[in-house]
Design a protein around this ligand. Structure first.
Ligand SMILES: N[C@@H](CCC(=O)N[C@@H](CS)C(=O)NCC(=O)O)C(=O)O
Length: 233
């Protein structure tokens, strides 16, 4: 890390950005520049660095550009193998494959199912999306049981890829109840995940990075106005 330049282009509300910042904290990579982007007026640096997707997060490392949050997480493990903190990915190839599978599941299934909670055109659409989210969380409850083997995190005693990828999304999952009335992190339905979520939010590495529900609800309203979507009760 000494002498190396690390800049992260981000957005405070983005789970994809939050996961990278939590991973940096876990790895002890704290000497980086964080540059907050505006989703409404993207910087020249963002447009130039990620011309294909024009999305955050973007990591700039000594003039090299790395896009896509899960790729960034894996890159920092490989680029900083001697960082003070533990690697995000396990060393065993099979364990790594399993962790990648569930991390992909979070983005492909859970996030896709949840997106209409944010941008749904009707209240019914939002509630239906939250119901789909519950189904993906049922699956993740089983995954947690199998992966954690009775320990605190998906990765066991320490925090790993799946913890970081799912944990970065917790602010929005908690906010779902305030947005559309459906509680998705529910200790009666998915007790293991609900307890894991509390443990994850209490981690030093996550402190100050998982936004408050009120702030996310306001952000969602502002985005909906910007996108021309109705503000629903
Ligand atoms: N698959 C991407 C998703 C990144 C993403 O969707 N970022 C959003 C913020 S949450 C963004 O930059 N959106 C800008 C836009 O859509 O114009 C990743 O994992 O990094």
């Amino acid at each position: 890390m000494a002498g190396e330049e690390l800049t992260l282009l981000g957005l405070w509300a983005s789970p994809f950005v939050i996961r990278v910042r939590i991973a940096f904290n876990l790895k002890g990579l704290t000497a980086y520049v964080y540059s907050e982007e505006s989703i409404y007026h993207k910087s020249e640096l963002l447009l130039k660095s990620n011309p294909v997707l024009k999305k955050v997060p973007v990591l700039l490392h000594d003039g090299k550009t790395i896009c896509e949050s899960q790729i960034i997480l894996q890159y920092v493990d490989e680029a900083f193998p001697t960082a003070a903190g533990a690697p995000v990915l396990p060393s065993d190839p099979y364990d790594r494959a399993i962790a990648r599978f569930w991390a992909s599941y979070v983005d492909d299934k859970l996030f896709s199912a949840w997106l209409p909670v944010f941008i749904g055109k009707t209240a019914e659409e939002r509630v239906e999306a939250a119901t789909q989210v519950l189904a993906t969380l049922d699956t993740l409850e089983q995954a947690f049981e199998e992966c954690s083997k009775g320990k605190a995190f998906f990765a066991g005693d320490t925090v790993g890829l799946v913890d970081v990828v799912l944990g970065s999304f917790l602010g929005w999952l908690y906010a779902t109840e305030a947005i559309c009335g459906v509680k998705v992190v529910d200790a009666t339905r998915t007790p293991l995940l609900a307890a894991w979520a509390e443990r994850f939010c209490a981690l030093d590495a996550a402190k100050g990075l998982i936004p408050d529900v009120e702030r996310l609800v306001e952000y969602n309203k502002a985005r909906r106005v910007f996108l021309g979507l109705p503000l629903l009760p």
